[in-house]
Design a protein around this ligand. Sequence first.
Ligand code: G3I
Length: 355
Amino acid sequence: MRYLIVSLLLVAPHVAFAANEVPALKEVFGAKFLVGAAIEPAQLRNPTDAALLKRHFSSLTAENVMKPHRLAPREGEYNFAPADELVRFARANGMRLRGHTLLWHRNAPAWFFVGDREQVRKRLERYITDVVTHFKGEVYAWDVVNEVASDNAGELYRQTPWFLALGPDYIEYAFRAARAADPDTQLFINEYDTEEADKRERFMTIVRDLRKKGVPLDGVGHQVHTRIGASAAGVDRALREVAELGLTNHVTELDVSLYHDPGSCWENETGCQRDYGSAVPPALLSQQALLYRQLFAVFEKHPTLKSVSTWGISDAHTWLSRFPTKRTNVPLLFDQAGAPKAAFHAVVDPAFAIP
Ligand code: G3I
């Protein structure tokens, strides 16, 4: 009842509510899926972020500190301390922890690739064994491999140092090493643009091939880095195709950008859409709220979807303010001050009239 009144008031512009006066995301969706956020350890010491995490989120992902170049900048020398901070916070607050990521071409230190094929394979298996063993019992789901599908038509696998050293079998080696190190953690393949038909076809071919080979794969992570103007239908389709294979779905890196840039902006920072600066048009925030509402409506339809994480907590910290170019972007459910945005109200309350 109280929230109904709040919703009605919110139809009027400029009426703001604090994050502790609205329903908690993890309670609204808790019967269906965990609600997570990607974080850096320093955010745990920021009172606004820590309060948002405790009240609204039931799962954590390390935005960067569990990537190979951070955990093992040099062969055999591990730096687990920053990630262990996340482990302690998750434990103390009854939250689950997703592991991100055991293998990604962007953060693969050069030491992995010295020597012949057999040496590279051994290093990969050693690294995965050590890391999964360290987090055993704490990380309940691992993104074992990240972004292995190609973006190019007619090419299945991304041409990465891993692919060039070991061929497509590197994916299988990674999964088998992770399963051997921890039989109880869930093993995911994580990918972006699974909502786009072309990319999804290549990606799902890889997934089906892994299944055929009996590779221990439990689920698919859909990053869902999307933008206003996109449709939720592709996400629906992606979740359905994975469910049909009997696998679990996670949405792992959700955000809704204000901008729609050409490929050149991502490749060499040319042709990027102009920065809105501090004057983000309110109509864009309404469109963003609508897409978030449509996405969560899709999420709720899929019983195989067990976790939905946003790539950040609030607009105060988001990779999109630096990528593909330095620019104001406000892609999350909470604003820069940590207050719930129209997008938040749109997802938690079907009666909320988006302004
Ligand atoms: O920590 C250094 C800092 O010391 C230095 O002064 C500064 C100068 O640029 O860089 C800092 O490191 C940056 C790091 O983020 C932490 O802020 C790196 O340059 C930057 O490349 C790194 O970007 C991360 C990116 O992955 C690449 O690892 C983003 O934070 C992170 O959000 C992003 O996350 C990825 C997912 O893992 C996979 N899916 C796509 C997603 C978005 O790109």
